[in-house]
Structures are given as C-alpha cells and as structure tokens.
Design a protein around this ligand. Structure first.
Ligand code: FES
Length: 109
C-alpha cells in the first residue's frame, strides 16, 4: 500500500505528501534541498531526506546546471520506483527506529 496524499512525509514539521508534491509541481525546484522551502521539510532530524530526494526525482524534471551541460550524466537521475510506495505505518515506524538509533549512537560517542 502506498502513502496517501494526506500521509505525513516529514514528521518534524508535519508536512504531508500532497504538500510536497504540490510544491514540486508548482515550484519545480532544481534541487531536492530546495524542498526545505516547503514548510521546512527535511530540516529537522533528517529522516525524511531520502524520501524527499526520491519525490523530487519523480516530480521534477532532471536539471543540469549550465556549467555541467554537455556532461553525459545529469545530476538528478530519474528513478523507476515510486518512492511513496510504502504504507504510512511502515514509514512512521522507520522514523521511530531511525531516531532511536540516532539517540543510541549519540550516547556511545
Ligand atoms: S522527519 Fe523530516 S526532518 Fe525529521
């Protein structure tokens, strides 16, 4: 089961899949990091950053900056898989595990 439009992608800032997809379709950011302009998505714990990158590559056309034009490989590669093909419960549980691992790592440092 895939994420629904109203499911949360970024838990730190409570940003839904629909908000991120709408931002990508309307603003067409060149880089995934620009999605942080959408309600600060991805600027908290970092858990959702890989998902944001995948959504960006699915929703936005590949962009090659002028100084790289002529290179064979565009910076943003399209991925064949739908990044949102994960159920909301698994996505949320993954973040919880991520935070616990991050906390445990911090305690051992
Ligand atoms: S879940 Fe998006 S930054 Fe933490």
């Amino acid at each position: 089961m895939a994420l629904n439009p109203d499911d949360t992608v970024c838990y730190c800032f409570k940003v839904s899949l629909q908000k991120i997809q709408t931002f990508c379709h309307t603003q067409k950011p060149h880089y995934a990091s620009e999605i942080s302009d959408c309600l600060s998505a991805g600027t908290g714990c970092g858990w959702c950053v890989p998902m944001l990158k995948n959504i960006h590559s699915q929703c936005c056309p590949p962009y090659t900056p002028p100084w790289r034009q002529g290179d064979a490989t565009p910076i943003a590669e399209q991925t064949a898989e739908d990044p949102t093909n994960i159920d909301a419960e698994t996505w949320g549980a993954g973040r919880q595990k991520y935070l616990e691992e991050k906390k445990a790592k911090k305690l051992t440092e």
